[in-house]
Design a protein around this ligand. Structure first.
Ligand code: SAH
Length: 253
């Protein structure tokens, strides 16, 4: 898989992508990365990529021409890239989107800056993603978030010690992950649930399923699809929802 970024600060990506799990995956050839400087597609001495908005208002906007020319140029090299833009006005980025991008051969991430981009550039987008309801100074962090979340889904990206299968938002359950514990079994008066020490895999599986549901009902009730639940699960979810403890991140299953 090839990731490419188009940005006015092309130097910000490598430090993250060369470290830790991403760095190991990159060196192992799980993904490749090319950073492009948007200013390479300007034609004036100052390498200008921004201009004032028509209609007035504060700040500067990214001009359409460098973006269009860069994409023409980059698209003519190799397979057609899947082109991603970022904006607070975009579709919320989620695990489904990461799974979809992980099936692409080449993903080109276009990073905005300033007050954003001339609206016409979005004609070039296969996806426009928002990371959430807040405003960043640029799309570079959004691009890193996408590359990290997609790369870890690629075969060979995670070592044996980690797995992308059983996690929060996984396609299989669509729920938050169950509570997890490691040694010691008792710490500062807090004990690990007995069933996890029992070695009884069927009971552990059932506990985990209920833990997932309990946490999801509490913190992200919007993710629960009651049609996928059996009677015991439904009763648990309803008791959490009725208890009014929804949204309290401090209590655990
Ligand atoms: N004026 C715009 C914000 C521009 S922020 C507005 O009010 O909608 C500048 C750039 O940062 C954007 O072009 C985008 O690339 C990036 N960005 C800012 N917030 C973002 C978010 N929540 N999700 C994804 N990208 C974001």
């Amino acid at each position: 898989m090839l990731f490419e970024t188009l940005s006015v600060i092309p130097e910000v990506f490598d430090p993250y992508l060369d470290a830790s799990i991403m760095g190991r995956a990159r060196r192992a050839g799980v993904f490749e990365f090319l950073s492009h400087d948007l200013r390479d597609w300007t034609h004036d001495r100052h390498r200008t990529v921004d201009d004032a908005p028509f209609g007035g208002g504060q700040g500067m906007l990214m001009k359409p021409a460098p973006v269009f020319e860069a994409l023409d140029d980059l698209s003519s090299r190799g397979p057609r890239p899947h082109v991603v833009f970022f904006s607070p006005c975009g579709v919320p980025y989620d695990q489904r989107a990461a799974e979809r991008l992980a099936r692409e051969e080449r993903v080109l991430l276009v990073c905005g800056r300033y007050e954003g981009m001339d609206e016409r550039v979005y004609a070039l987008a296969d996806d426009v993603f928002s990371l959430g309801d807040y405003v960043l100074t640029g799309g570079e962090l959004a691009a890193l978030v996408v590359m990290d979340s997609v790369a870890r889904l690629l075969p060979g990206a995670l070592g044996d010690e980690m797995s992308a299968v059983d996690e929060s938002f996984s396609a299989e359950t669509g729920l938050l992950e169950y509570a997890q514990y490691t040694r010691p079994s008792s710490y500062r008066g807090m004990d690990v649930p007995e069933v996890l020490l029992s070695g009884d895999h069927a009971r552990v599986d059932r506990w985990r399923r209920l833990s997932s549901l309990e946490r999801t009902a509490r913190w992200r009730p919007d993710l629960i699809d009651e049609r996928r639940l059996d009677d015991e699960e439904l009763a648990l979810v309803r008791s959490v929802l009725e208890s009014g403890e929804v949204g309290n991140g401090s209590s655990r299953a």
